[in-house]
Design a protein around this ligand. Sequence first.
Ligand code: NAP
Length: 262
Amino acid sequence: MQDRHALVTGAGSGIGAAVALALAQQGCRLTLAGRSHGKLQQQAEALRTQVPDLAVVLAPMDITDPLAVQGAVQLAQSQLGPVNILVNNAGQARSQPFVRTDAALWQQMLDVNLSGTFHVTQAVLPGMQDAAASGTPGRIVNIASTAGLMGYAYVSAYVAAKHGVVGLTRALALEMARKNITVNALCPGYTDTEIVQDAVRNIVAKTGQTEAQARQSLAARNPQQRLVQPLEVAHSVVWLCAPGSEAINGQAIAIDGGEQAG
Ligand code: NAP
């Protein structure tokens, strides 16, 4: 995947950091996006220790702010060329029983997880389309969730937003089908990152379980009785972006040890 420019949102931690490393190892030029410049800087330094000749640009942006997104994407493209691979990974998960889900929490979950994906895709797509028309394939991979495929109690706003991401993926895949661009979603189950750490803290606070018990209760959702590792999601991103995956389009692929099979 040399000569591809990949932009990864939420690249400063968790799944996004693993995806950035995996794409760097495939030879991509990289734009790292996220709100915290410090996290992106640290991640760029970590990547350079593994891939010394990496071309990397930092693009601090809040994906809920369309103007900030347009500006940061333009800057990244002026340095590394049009984006050929977009990984919409940035997201937040907040839990609350439905009756205590106020309008602000509802809006925040939709803004970050769904509208953020929309804003970044809109900013990137014109350049991606031009490059795809000239022969460099485009790939959009949206990191949705098993919560985009099924319901979970106490996270209704997140579940609704992630279902929206899956819907957006399917619709855009059809629009791009004859334009040398594929659009797919990956749907991880509980994955060992800060989001799960937050969920564990929440369970401990609300139920009095120990941290180990709380982690185990999340891992138990997975038939393999474990948390998914960020690297496992990153491998699937690379697979979807690599030559040979052109026919995979409009899919929402679970990475969950079989949770969806039950
Ligand atoms: P994480 O480590 O908390 O990563 C989330 C990233 O999103 C952070 O790097 C954060 O960076 C960025 N972000 C959050 N709000 C943002 C905003 N408004 N604008 C720009 N960037 C923003 O958690 P993760 O588990 O790796 O999450 C990555 C994706 O996987 C999310 O979409 C999540 O919903 C999805 N997912 C996670 C799991 C899981 O169990 N962990 C399961 C299924 C799906 P800054 O704070 O610097 O902005």
